[in-house]
Design a protein around this ligand. Sequence first.
Ligand code: DX5
Ligand code: ZN
Length: 219
Amino acid sequence: MGIQITPSILNADFAALGAEVARIPSADWVHVDVMDNHFVPNLTFGPTMVEALARSTDLPLDAHLMIADPDRHAPTYAEAGCGSVTFHVEAAAAPVRLAREIRAAGARASMALRPATPVEPYEDLLPELDMLLLMTVEPGFGGQKFLDLVLPKIRRARALMEKHGVETWLQVDGGVSLETIERCAEAGADVFVAGSAVYSADDPDAMVEALRAAAEAAG
Ligand code: DX5
Ligand code: ZN
């Protein structure tokens, strides 16, 4: 599939989300951060808002669910029109069943790991997943500093994907910018979430293209 850039709207203007998404036509996906004030200490929006956003853009939505009990709620986001739905393994009771339910609801199934969660226990799940998200900050807020300590895990995850011969995409999220994206691409990531780097730029769409060029040069 190659390099993909998925800007996060977490740091966009929530009062004008449709217009904010229209500022990034070069994006491959729009990353929507769903937070419930339980799994993370922050609150954003739920399926009704996501469904409205899906109707407002031709870009596919990449939902990142930072919520408790994703087993109950995640398929709703596939039904709301998201092309990809990511749940956190730390919150999931039955990740294999959940990934299958997301796929059955018509979305790509993706699983996220917090920075301190190891990837090795989940290597046998890779064929069940369309994407693995490795968080490069503790989830909850935009604008945090990139955690270099996750880079070795990105390398190990890429090696496990090669070992299993799977097509699973490898996404990184948190602190990704022109300063850090090359390190992620070199380590083996191919899908890049960038929130504040895109929405604090004077020209967000030009930043999407700059991030893509930097990752392609390094990957
Ligand atoms: C953080 C979210 C991220 C966030 C990234 O918990 O999952 O998607 O929006 O924002 P930046 O790129 O500013 O770290
Ligand atoms: Zn996210």
